[in-house]
Design a protein around this ligand. Structure first.
Ligand code: NAP
Length: 551
């Protein structure tokens, strides 16, 4: 249905995206009495959980903590069914939030923001969508998500394939029935690792084309025990406080039990083989991404990291019966955790099925995709359907796809040509009143995203309140503060093993993308403290200015 574009309507704020970040930003802005407009490319709310409908898609943070904390009524009334919620359940939650807080009336769906230009004289962001909407506001919030631009691989012959082709992150809403089909999956990251066991149950034959193996830890997913949930909900405030303060190392805000908030041992190097094995086994049994937090120096010491990786290699060899497949599934080219660790349900076990096969592209690379399958250097593999689980142009992709221009017409694309630069991951110098929610330089993808979204939006709201009290209308990052912050983000990353991963954290999965470690690796607790300290010290590093509208 044709949409009537909005023409030059004036708002107090424009929000790009109606995922969790956009929804919470809208809720808070409205609560502050501001009139906001949200533009969203999808036809519903939910962001990443709207688009990623591939079979097996579920969160790798536990449901009880991957949820909003801003409303006690919401957190008490919403009932999660499983330890790790499925994509449909999380999408229902996002829809419930939108309806419960009556957010939809300010969201315009099926509109992708094409450009956002800062007009200095009135001090306004002028935003244009692909549907021809034109809107303006003094404030613009980018809630565009960190993993929202699919990365389509440049494999020769991709468009020659005559069967059905699917991108994991753009899955058909009506679902796909692979019954009786020969299916190929390209990729071995989180998306593939979740999809493969489910596709294997339907397909007559499944072939996984793996270039680099990933480390995966079992989810041990199960229905949530009502007694446990009740107990957890009784102490929700304390749980939230711990997640926000990030008492754990590494992944902030995913812990459930008190013991998970601190490593079981500070260093792998001080442990006997038996002690290390016992701890790793215990955390493997707890399951999930916090396995990386079991030993304090896993992400700092290469030697310690190798010991933890060896444990996972042993697990893979124990589970996968065919020794050649097991070896191909053991990652050896990077330290564990430096590529985002995966969380699975029966992934390695799937390779014990007779109808599932792993093709190791390191020994037999794809030569080209042909009409009826894939030709490797060794053989022709016939396929009816092809699934691309090939990842995303992460963190900067969605921002740079838009034509964003700040002061003096400076393009964000040009400013970030050598990699993203933003003070606290929140604001780029030269782009006044443009806030990046969970932008590069903030903990974002190394944390529970909802914890980090709420923290950023709360920071922005406090900042707007301060501006209102002072009667100023503009804020921007100072170039010096931005410079220092970018150096600090690099310094923190360099003290860890993260940069050794060749991961999407570094932009290494996108040909030609600058290699810069994008998230802030010190954890959500230290980051929150820094932000609080900045606010308490007169928003140190930010410059306030009156809008020229008042001049
Ligand atoms: P990903 O981790 O970037 O994995 C992409 C896979 O595609 C890699 O195995 C990559 O191989 C392969 N690939 C890319 N181009 C290729 C080519 N030309 N030929 C052969 N293989 C190619 O992407 P993802 O699995 O979508 O996951 C991305 C992130 O999304 C995750 O790390 C996670 O943060 C998030 N995610 C979360 C969940 C969850 O919450 N449960 C689920 C899915 C995704 P190389 O490694 O060799 O490049």
């Amino acid at each position: 249905m044709a949409k009537t574009p909005e023409q030059d309507e004036r708002f107090d704020a424009i929000i790009v995206g109606a995922g969790f970040a956009g929804l919470y930003a809208l809720y808070r802005l409205r609560g502050a009495g501001l009139r906001a407009r949200v533009y969203e490319a999808g036809d519903n709310v939910g962001g990443t959980w709207y688009w990623n409908r591939y079979p097996g898609a579920r969160c790798d943070a536990e449901s009880l903590v991957y949820s909003f904390s801003f409303s006690e009524a919401l957190e008490q009334e919403w009932e999660w069914s499983e330890r790790y919620a499925t994509q449909p359940e999380i999408l229902r939650y996002a829809e419930h939030v939108a309806d419960r807080f009556d957010l939809r009336r300010d969201i315009r769906f099926e509109r992708r923001v094409a450009s956002a230009h800062f007009d200095e004289i009135p001090g306004l962001w002028r935003v244009v969508t692909d549907q021809g909407d034109r809107a303006q506001a003094p404030l613009c919030l980018m809630a565009t998500g960190c993993l929202s631009v699919p990365q389509i691989p440049d494999i020769p012959g991709l468009d020659d394939f005559a069967g059905q082709r699917y991108q994991a992150s753009l899955w058909p809403h009506e679902g796909v029935d692979f019954e009786g089909q020969r299916v190929g999956v390209i990729g071995a990251g989180s998306s593939a690792i979740q999809a493969v066991p489910i596709i294997a149950e339907q397909a007559s034959r499944l072939t996984v084309f793996q270039r680099t193996p990933n480390f995966s830890v079992p989810a041990h997913n199960a229905a949530l025990d009502p007694e446990f949930v009740e107990e957890f909900k009784t102490h929700y405030r304390e749980h939230r406080r711990l997640h926000q303060r990030g008492l754990a190392s590494g992944f902030g805000g995913v812990e459930i039990q008190p013991k998970e908030f601190a490593p079981a041992a500070p260093s792998a190097l001080a442990l006997s083989d038996e002690q290390l094995d016992r701890i790793c086994e215990e955390w493997w049994e707890i399951g999930g991404a916090r396995f990386l937090g079991a030993i304090g120096d896993t992400m700092i010491s290469e030697e310690a990291n190798q010991l933890v990786a060896d444990f996972v290699h042993r697990k893979i060899r124990e589970i996968v019966k065919d020794p050649i497949t097991a070896e191909a599934l053991c990652p050896t080219s990077y330290p564990i955790g430096t590529k985002r660790i995966c969380v699975d349900t029966g992934y390695y076990e799937t390779y014990n099925r007779e109808d599932v096969r792993l093709v190791d592209l390191q020994t037999t690379p794809i030569e080209r995709i042909v009409r009826d399958g894939i030709q490797t250097t060794e053989e022709h593999i016939p396929l009816d359907s092809l699934v691309l689980a090939t990842g995303f142009d992460a963190m900067t992709g969605a921002l740079l796809r838009m034509d964003i221009r700040g002061r003096n017409g400076q393009r964000l694309r040009d400013k970030w040509s050598a990699g993203p630069r933003a003070y606290l991951g929140l604001m780029a110098a030269g782009f006044p009143n443009l806030f990046l929610i969970t932008g590069p330089g903030s903990p974002s993808v190394l944390s529970n995203m909802i914890v980090s979204i709420e923290q950023h939006v709360d920071f922005i709201m406090d900042c707007l309140e301060t501006m209102k009290i002072r009667g100023v209308e503009q804020i921007e990052a100072s170039p010096e503060a931005e410079e220092q912050w970018v150096a600090h983000v690099n310094e923190v990353a360099a003290a860890t093993l993260f940069p050794k991963g060749g991961s999407w954290y570094l932009g290494a999965n996108v040909p030609g993308k600058p290699r810069v470690f994008m998230p802030y690796a010190a954890g959500v607790g230290p980051y929150r403290k820094i932000c609080e300290d900045v606010a308490a010290n007169d928003y140190r590093g930010f410059i306030f200015g009156a809008s020229s509208r008042d001049a």
